[in-house]
Design a protein around this ligand. Structure first.
Ligand SMILES: NC(=O)c1ccc[n+]([C@@H]2O[C@H](COP(=O)([O-])OP(=O)(O)OC[C@H]3O[C@@H](n4cnc5c(N)ncnc54)[C@H](OP(=O)(O)O)[C@@H]3O)[C@@H](O)[C@H]2O)c1
Length: 269
């Protein structure tokens, strides 16, 4: 450990005793990039792992090397395809390969990012795949923390796209409580540096909206002429929604960034 003599010859510790090696799987993605930067700024050794950097949780390429001496692994990878069968295969294969590589490397904390309400919406192929991912984590012997987040503000354009038919966007009026990706990365950084809870923590934004109104506001702000049509039976990634489907339960963590402020910052970029 690096030590230095002070002016009065006392010894001070120059190396942070809690500096950790942390591997972020999906480290090149939306959340991964922000999380990697945050953890590096705090002085940790962080590996941003993804196929682009030679680490692939599906083929196993580069995984053992990346995990050597790692204390914590954070999984924020996402499936390249959201098709029902493909996404289930991705999260199952990736989860299995990753957890067994972590067991071999002696990793002490597995952190994963999931979705609020994922176990309430079995009609959705994507959310069934996230449940499968969570179940693998819970069944493994590795201490873990799962953060279930609500929809990211950054994902609203993708939601509008997936619900578009011509010039109209079909959405239910169900309540949602979306969150900024900066708040998700901040919550994940905090969890990564803490002790495993062997359980699930929820995260949501500071305000609730009706889904149809939220997406219409988003489209207007982006000067997108598409019109949102409200339909209580409109499906969200394969499933109908009610006011409880995507909103958090008791005591979620709450992000700081409000939707309007996020929109305003985005329009100045
Ligand atoms: N979108 C939402 O509103 C929302 C809400 C709650 C939770 N989540 C969860 O948040 C997580 C992260 O989402 P995101 O939007 O940040 O994802 P993203 O931007 O799409 O990034 C996906 C990441 O996964 C990596 N990846 C893909 N295939 C991989 C493989 N075989 N091995 C290792 N890494 C692989 C990609 O690497 P390359 O760049 O190298 O391809 C990329 O770094 C997801 O698990 C999602 O379920 C999302």
């Amino acid at each position: 450990m690096k030590k230095e003599k002070t002016k009065d010859q006392g010894i001070i510790n120059k190396t942070r005793p809690n500096r950790m090696k942390i591997v972020v799987i999906g480290g090149s993605g939306l959340i991964g990039t922000k999380l990697v930067n945050k953890l590096r700024q705090l002085g940790h050794e962080v590996v941003a792992a993804s196929p682009a950097s030679g680490v692939n949780t599906i083929t196993g390429e580069g995984l053992a090397e990346a995990l050597t001496d790692a204390q914590v692994v954070v999984d924020v990878a996402n499936s390249p395809s959201f098709e029902d069968k493909a996404v289930l295969e991705f999260f199952e294969t990736s989860g299995r390969n990753l957890l067994s590589a972590e067991a071999a490397a002696g990793v002490g904390h597995h952190v994963a990012l999931s979705v609020v309400g994922t176990d309430r919406l079995p009609q959705s192929g994507y959310l069934r795949a996230k449940v499968a991912q969570e179940n693998l984590i819970k069944a493994s012997k590795i201490p873990y923390t799962i953060l279930r987040s609500t929809q990211f503000f950054e994902f609203l354009g993708g939601i509008a796209q997936s619900a578009t038919d011509g010039q109209t966007v079909l959405l239910p009026p169900a309540r949602v409580q979306p969150v900024a990706s900066d708040d998700v990365a901040a919550a994940l950084a905090d969890i990564t540096l803490g002790a495993p809870v062997n359980g699930t923590i929820e995260l949501a934004g500071p305000e609730q909206f009706h889904f149809d109104e939220l997406i219409q506001r988003y489209l207007r702000a982006k000067q997108d002429v598409r019109q949102v049509i409200t339909d209580v039976h409109a499906r969200y990634f394969g499933t109908e929604l009610d006011d409880q489907s995507l909103t958090p339960g008791d005591n979620p963590r709450i992000g700081a960034i409000r939707f309007e402020d996020w929109l305003n910052v985005g329009s100045r970029r």
